[in-house]
Design a protein around this ligand. Sequence first.
Ligand code: PHE
Length: 377
Amino acid sequence: MSGPNTDYDPVEVTPLKSEEVDAARDAALAAIAAATDLDALKQVRIEHTGDRSPLALANREIGALPPQARKEAGQRIGQARGAVNQALAARQTLLDVEHEERMLVEETVDVTLPTDRIPAGARHPITTASEMIADIFVAMGWEVAEGPVIEAEWLNFDALNLGPDHPARTMQDTFWTDPPEDHTVLRTHTSPVQARTMLTREPPIYVVCPGRVFRTDEYDATHSPVFHQVEGLVVDEGISMAHLKGTLDHFASAMFGEGITTRFRPSYFPFTEPSAEVDLTCFVCRGSGVVTVGDVSGTEHQTPCRTCRGEGWIEWGGCGIVNPRVLTACGVDSGRFSGFAFGMGIDRTLMFRHGIDDLRVFFEGDLRFTTAFGSEI
Ligand code: PHE
């Protein structure tokens, strides 16, 4: 039996040879220094410190050495591995910093560059106002009715007690469509929707109809060949002027605020009898006809309100009790039912509400206008 191999010479075990260890360490250090990015360094780490790396293999050999040789070999390998790990850590830190810096540069967003984003635009103020008006009436249980803008002459005029020779036909300058024998017009008011509603439904009727209307008017600050009206129609038993007044007062205060009400002035429309012009409390001077202004010295004085020209009221629209002839023409039993109707300009209503003095802004598509007034309501 032989004892432990005391002749065993550790330096003779190839992986543990001093030159081998130094060479493995130097190769590792050179590879680390040559790694120019984090991926390369990861690869170097596997090759030079992983399980199959020369230094890891050498480390494993240590256990096989006789005790007296272990210490020296262990130290040599330990130092070599320590040097490699240190170099790896240092390189890692450096490459991490470099990576971060490069990312900051590469991912920089130049916030001063012009964008190619298309602005979302805005809903048109007439649309939002029409919806707001419809909401006021829907909240009272009414329905929204609509009709075509190209309308039969009969519905636009005759059914509304405006026969061919009726002098009031000239109150509304009309666009006729070709050919004339079709008897078709661009509707001059939303009142044909009254006729359409009564022809197609049984009372009780509570409808509101916002829509576009057309007249051969000049295009200027207060006129346009196309504008917008809202029409209201009620047909039920026992409907009176008092219901009409109460409804319009509510509409006025819902649209313009508490304290804004209406007044009626006698008027004439062929489709209503009696008829009235509706005026609205001037919401600028709140009916007083005067406004208080301050001058540069700080003194305040009163001047006539410009919005209502000192009247305290502004013209809003027309209204009345539906003429029984219209009820009959539209198939409603005028002995049993009565009704009221009203109509006013939506554009005009918005002009008061926002102090707009030129109607044309509604039709010219300037986004600065639509954005400012379209989303406000
Ligand atoms: N249609 C009328 C106009 O355009 C307004 C109106 C509607 C008047 C309903 C009375 C009743 O002038």
